[in-house]
Design a protein around this ligand. Structure first.
Ligand SMILES: Cc1cc2nc3c(=O)[nH]c(=O)nc-3n(C[C@H](O)[C@H](O)[C@H](O)COP(=O)(O)OP(=O)(O)OC[C@H]3O[C@@H](n4cnc5c(N)ncnc54)[C@H](O)[C@@H]3O)c2cc1C
Length: 474
């Protein structure tokens, strides 16, 4: 047999028996020594990665990981405070759930001075003639705005970059993140890091502890596949549209749920579907819940995405079949990434508790005030498929700076939905107005830590807040 036929036979065997078997091992079994070099690197079902040199391609004062509402704001605040700032974002646009998740609706923004106000004013100026409800925006307009703001502030922006590992130095300070992208595996050094990945990926990779879901069961809030719709006109479908002036909250949702059931033959997995008007002929639909799947597990996220897309297409096909005002209905955009409500809650130097939100806690080191209520979407399909009644009620409460400072690793701040809080506290502060309030505080604190040569937990936020660009005294 020639070498070429040998290789062909090997290749055939590889495809016939699967990659693992061809390498001389099976999943979870002890290593079987083969003559392939890779076989020697597999032990007890794990691949032992050989040491390799990863180029350190950039260093920055402040490295922000994740460019969602929290991350963009953190990067803007750090850069504007004079720090050399690098923003790493996994997807091809900034905005996170705002844009790649197609959210289109900003909550708890009214009492957020600074960057939140700037963004709302800029959207208002650009979209004045087309927006149909306050706090609604067109994700495409926001993508451009966020890129322009970051470029103007001098943020070094890196899209399509996934943070895959985090490296601490001997003093337990985060020193590097390792990224994966089309450019391969690269390292980025920084003086202070801010984890705004939503999932708390970087803090987890660095070895921080975290909590997830309800403490009793581990159940967490469902993911949701949001879509943008076109081919319908606001004036013709008003009874089904949420968030219009005078909206009673329940009526349009119940009407839409009934219509979906009648036209598609099934009730939506989110029993209170919301159709939000962006323009007269462009709408955002949130009608899907994916239960029991975790946003930090790629197989769960894949399953949620496939199920969510299939459900939305069935629903829209059903509505279109009604004809009349629905006859032109089409999905014109689906999310680059399904929306994840709840993921890792990283341990910080303070953990916001249900007790704090119930009593409307005030803190000297407040970064912003959350005025949003406890908002728990059913954590399982048998819990009503809507919004659950909670044993806890929130009064407006402060989010303290210490909840943004990682407990287990130095040089690391958190902002957005991955900060330190319990299940019910998270269900209130998770909305994007608060993510922005936290992001701008984390960015300013990080830049200040670098300037003063201290660690983030040594920054006196109470003093710093008095001169923050958005404070009344500044
Ligand atoms: C379906 C749904 C509906 C919601 N409704 C509302 C609403 O109406 N109004 C509202 O204000 N809030 C709403 N929320 C809550 C809110 O959207 C989130 O809590 C908010 O996104 C928090 O912002 P964030 O910046 O922490 O996270 P995200 O928006 O998730 O941003 C995280 C960013 O990090 C990036 N990233 C993730 N991992 C990595 C990595 N390893 N490396 C590099 N980049 C990474 C992501 O691509 C993303 O851009 C909703 C959430 C969901 C899921």
């Amino acid at each position: 047999m020639t070498a070429a036929t040998n290789r062909t036979a090997d290749r055939r065997r590889f495809f016939q028996t699967g990659a693992a078997a061809a390498l001389g091992w099976t999943l979870g079994s002890p290593r079987v020594q083969g003559d392939d070099a890779a076989a020697g690197l597999v032990e007890n079902g794990t691949y032992i990665e050989p040491p390799r040199r990863v180029p350190v391609v950039a260093d920055a004062d402040v490295v922000v990981c994740g460019g969602g509402p929290a991350g963009v704001t953190a990067a803007l605040a750090a850069a504007r405070a004079g720090a050399r700032t690098r923003l790493l974002e996994a997807h091809g646009c900034l905005g996170g759930i705002w844009t790649s998740g197609l959210l289109s609706y900003i909550l708890d923004s009214g009492n957020k001075p600074g960057i939140m106000r700037e963004i709302l004013a800029a959207l208002q100026a650009r979209e004045e003639d087309v927006r149909r409800a306050p706090s609604m925006y067109d994700p495409e307009a926001l993508k451009l705005l966020l890129e322009q703001m970051c470029q103007e502030a001098g943020v070094a922006l890196q899209l399509h970059t996934h943070c895959a590992a985090a490296v601490r130095d001997a003093a337990n300070r985060l020193a590097l993140v390792v990224t994966e992208s089309k450019s391969g595996r690269e390292a980025i050094a920084g003086k202070v890091f801010i984890d705004c990945t939503g999932e708390g990926d970087v803090a987890h990779q660095a070895g921080c502890g975290w909590d997830y879901g309800r403490p009793e069961t581990g159940d967490a809030q469902p993911m949701s596949f949001i879509v943008l719709l076109t081919g319908i006109h606001l004036d013709e479908i008003r009874p089904y549209v949420s968030s219009l002036p005078g909206d009673t909250w329940a009526a349009p949702k119940d009407a839409l749920a009934g219509l979906i059931k009648e036209s598609s033959g099934f009730g939506p997995s989110y029993a209170k579907p919301s159709l939000f008007p962006i323009r007269e002929t462009l709408f955002c639909l949130m009608a899907n819940h994916e239960y029991g799947l975790r946003g930090f597990d790629v197989r769960d996220v894949t399953r949620a995405t496939l199920q969510g897309r299939a459900e939305l297409h069935r629903m829209i096909d059903g509505l279109r079949s009604l004809g009349g005002p629905w006859k032109g209905l089409r999905i014109c955009s689906s999310p680059e990434r399904i929306g994840v409500r709840e993921s890792r809650r990283i341990h910080g130097r303070y953990t916001l508790s249900s007790d704090d939100i119930t009593r409307g806690a005030r803190f000297d080191d407040a970064v912003c005030c959350c005025t949003f209520p406890v908002d728990v979407h059913s954590t399982a399909a048998d819990r009503g498929k809507g919004i659950e009644a909670a044993p806890v009620r929130a009064k407006p409460f402060d989010i303290p700076y210490r909840s943004l400072v990682a407990k287990d690793v130095d040089g690391l701040l958190l902002a957005g939905r991955c900060i330190s809080g319990d299940f019910y506290a998270h269900s209130a502060y998770r909305v994007t107005g608060n993510a922005v309030g936290m992001g701008q505080a984390a960015g300013l604190a990080a830049a200040t830590a670098v300037k003063e040569g201290v660690l983030p937990h040594e920054v006196d936020w109470t003093e710093l807040a008095k001169t923050a660009p958005w404070s009344e005294n500044a």
